[in-house]
Design a protein around this ligand. Structure first.
Ligand code: GLN
Length: 476
């Protein structure tokens, strides 16, 4: 097991008691990054000087009291590079903070380090970064998952206390599962998307990657809330997401979808879900078999909608306004074409081509409009399920982390691995991945995670159930 660095809750207490200072903590992290990041490559950059400057101004009485938090490279931090791990943006610096970073700073958090990712958050392994892949700290032969590969690896490697990521189809939960940490994708709209470089705007959501459940609640407290700059952000008043931690789970109804127990799931994944169900049952929860009948269609619907939105969102990268610009263009079209050809990697190009195709006249109704109807059916499955149960339990990913550079995997196989995480994005629901070790696995095996999905805005309760599971020693 890789050494973690001490939780956010722990360091917050240390800071409150003045047993350490934010500057000392940042120096400690910088030292760990220097020591370990050559192997894992979880970070694209870190600005020690700027972090130390902010540390000098940190307010020990604020909720996070000067805790450094690593930030995925697609979330804008003023003055820092925001490259989305793309050649296209290799010289780009954010002019301002994302809404989530404004809140993070207000709560006393210090953004420290830009974490590696799949280019423009497209991928599930971290291998699509233009700056080289991140390796799984638990086993360097494996990927850490993605697209928030660096955020997950940094937390698992003890080079970050906690990190922010983004989740469009599983990019927080799946790498959390592969690295043995906690990943939370909040309800769509819970955290401002302003300043998150858009991939698929109707699915994108910023969330947390942390060492444990309490830290997820503490970090969500810092970043959640309305932002007038994001019209889709939720207007309800702030909540304390730690408030239900420690509550009993007795009487809670947990649904296990029949469709999520495919024979294609790795035995350790199956074992983990069974163990979580047994544990919940022993804690007094009721386990109920349910069905999400449109599960078969989730991958197809997601890849049509996500690619369609991506093709539109990424049209802004044209060589005129942002980032890379091809040399000596013959005319405007040549400038567009060559800037995009040189700036984007193969997966991003594949998505833009797919997205343009499904939106083009003649195909729009057959693909895009149909995928939207399927999306409504998938959301309806959850509405019906939540009339019967309070939460849904299943795997986060069908297998533990794949090997790095596994040439046998086709893009379609890679897309299919998102099958259990995508539904929560299509339906806008909060979902959390929690480390859970199957009884047949040894602690030296790669980690696996279980996923809990909740109704909209039920993060506090979701966290309390995850906390109860965590306290019962699920990860061991
Ligand atoms: N793996 C999914 C994809 O490649 C999800 C990515 C994400 O959540 N950003 O689209």
């Amino acid at each position: 097991m890789s050494p973690l660095i001490g939780t956010l809750a722990y360091w917050r207490e240390e800071l409150r008691r003045h047993r350490t200072s934010p500057s000392e903590l940042i120096r400690l992290l910088a030292h760990k990054i220097e020591e370990k990041d050559r192997i894992t490559h979880a970070y694209l950059s870190w600005n020690l000087e700027e972090a130390l400057r902010q540390a000098g101004q940190a307010d020990a009485g604020s909720p996070l009291g000067g805790i450094p938090v690593a930030v995925k490279d697609n979330i804008c931090v003023a003055g820092e590079p925001t490259r989305c791990a793309s050649r296209f943006l290799s010289n780009y610096r954010s002019p301002c903070d994302a809404g989530a970073i404004v809140r993070l700073r207000r709560a006393g958090g210090i953004p420290f380090g830009r974490t590696n990712m799949d280019e423009f958050a497209m991928g599930a392994s971290g291998e699509n970064s233009a700056f080289g892949p991140t390796l799984n700290p638990r086993n360097a032969r494996n990927v850490p998952g993605g697209s928030s590969s660096g955020s997950a690896a940094a937390v698992a490697d003890g080079t970050a206390i906690a990190a922010l990521g983004s989740d469009t189809g599983g990019s927080i939960r799946q790498p959390a599962s592969h690295c043995g940490i906690v990943g939370l994708k909040p309800t769509y709209g819970r955290v401002s998307r302003n300043g998150l470089v858009a991939f698929a705007s109707s699915l994108d959501q910023i969330g947390t990657l942390t060492q444990d459940v309490r830290d997820a609640a503490l970090l969500l407290n810092a970043i959640a809330g309305h932002d007038p700059e994001d019209s889709t952000s939720d207007t309800r008043s702030p909540e304390d997401f730690t408030s239900l931690l420690g509550r009993e789970v007795k009487g809670i109804r947990i649904g296990i979808p029949y469709e999520y127990s495919s024979s294609g799931n790795h035995p350790h994944v199956r074992g983990a879900v069974e163990k979580a169900a047994k544990t919940l049952n022993a804690l007094g929860a009721e386990i109920i078999d349910i069905s999400l009948p449109h599960s078969e269609a989730v991958v197809a619907a997601y890849y049509i909608i996500a690619c369609a939105e991506a093709s539109s969102n990424l049209s802004r990268f044209d060589g005129v306004r942002y980032g890379l610009r091809a040399d000596d263009p013959k005319n405007l079209e040549d400038l567009y074409a060559r800037s995009r050809a040189e700036g984007f990697g193969p997966e991003v190009k594949r998505r833009i081509i797919l997205g343009t195709y499904v939106l083009s006249s003649g195909y729009y109704d057959a693909y895009y409009a149909r995928a939207q109807k399927v999306r409504a059916l998938i959301a309806g499955d959850f509405t019906r399920a939540f009339e019967q149960v309070d939460f849904i339990l299943g795997p986060t990913a069908p297998t533990p982390a794949p090997l790095l550079h596994d040439a046998d995997q086709t893009p379609l196989q890679r897309y299919l691995a998102d099958i259990y995480t995508i539904p929560a994005n299509l339906a806008g629901l909060p979902a959390l991945s929690l480390p859970c070790l199957s009884p047949e696995a040894s602690p030296d095996d790669l980690p696996t995670g279980i996923q809990l999905i909740a109704p909209h805005y039920r993060e506090a309760k979701l966290l309390s159930i995850a906390y109860a599971l965590e306290q019962s020693g699920l990860a061991h």
